[in-house]
Design a binder for this molecule. Structure first.
Ligand code: G
Ligand code: G
Ligand code: MN
Ligand code: NA
Length: 255
């Protein structure tokens, strides 16, 4: 409760910041863009991880203004990097909560933020968990169709950890599946268990979806993903999430 009260004030006080973790293409490991990840610098508790405050923001409805702030900041930053000379196309991926679908007009908000920041829709990706599709609601489907009509891309985050059926991948206008790091962990080790990661990559290929492996920490995992034909990767092996200034340097150097 104390944290919820603090959370209400934190936006006004400017205590949030975004960090950016690069994503790379395979097999060449060129930087393709970033995932924006929110951080809260609490005045007395230090950095509070998102797992500790996103659920509170979701339950209280604060996720709606907080989500708008995060999207605006990520788009504003992407445009600032372009202005600083990042000429290569790169994507900005922003996480959205299922609560932003039921508690607000997510497509309307996204359209406004694109207009306010000048961010090209084609460079924006929204990441959502399977829960958005699992509810099988007509409202969520309509919202996804409106988001797609803006021209952006949609990714399923933590893919393979939900309880949803695969049928929704056809029904919903999804472009990217992000393979949960649980399936990446044991790749490239002796007697590794690569069957599930491989199956998800093949599922993506057969449905025409791009696959992104999360949580790549070691070379052996990267090598295994290259062989499977996974399209992109992300993880500590390449880079941790970085403050904006460092992420910007990485982008400008990789041009
Ligand atoms: O970077 P990491 O510990 O920071 O992120 C932990 C979790 O918090 C991840 O599941 C991530 O998707 C989620 N998360 C990070 N930033 C945001 C955000 O801006 N909005 C939402 N809804 N979730 C986020
Ligand atoms: O659920 P989502 O994919 O949005 O979560 C992103 C989270 O994963 C963030 O907390 C981020 O810090 C974390 N993360 C990113 N790369 C790695 C990695 O290589 N290993 C581990 N253990 N966590 C990672
Ligand atoms: Mn994510
Ligand atoms: Na994920």
């Amino acid at each position: 409760l104390e944290l919820e009260a603090d959370l209400r004030l934190a936006l006004e006080r400017g205590e949030f910041e975004m960090h950016y973790q690069p994503t790379v293409s395979l097999p060449d490991s060129a930087v393709t863009g970033f995932e924006a990840l929110i951080r809260w610098r609490h005045p007395t508790r230090g950095v509070v991880p998102p797992q500790d405050f996103i659920p509170i923001a979701e339950a209280s409805g604060l996720i709606v203004p907080l989500g708008r702030w995060a999207l605006t900041e990520a788009c504003r930053q992407a445009m600032a990097w372009r202005a600083q000379g990042a000429e290569q196309p790169f994507t900005m991926a922003v996480n959205v909560s299922v609560r932003q679908f039921d508690r607000g007009d997510l497509p309307g908000m996204v359209g406004e933020v694109l207009a306010e920041t000048g961010m090209p829709a084609s460079r924006l990706c929204l990441e959502m968990t399977e829960s958005v599709l699992m509810s099988d609601s007509a409202e969520n489907l309509a919202a996804l169709v409106r988001l797609k009509a803006l021209g952006l891309r949609l990714a399923i985050d933590d893919f393979g950890t939900g309880y949803s059926s695969l049928a929704y991948l056809r029904r919903f206008p999804v472009d990217i599946i992000k393979i949960d790091r649980a399936f990446v962990e044991r790749l490239g080790t002796p007697g590794d268990d690569s069957a599930l990661a491989h199956t998800i990559v093949q599922l993506g290929q057969s449905l025409g979806l791009s696959t992104v492996a999360e949580g790549v920490e070691e070379y052996g995992q990267l090598a295994a993903l290259r062989v499977m034909g996974c399209n992109q990767a992300q993880g500590f092996y390449f880079s941790r999430p970085l403050p904006a200034a460092q992420a910007g340097r990485l982008l400008l150097e990789s041009a």
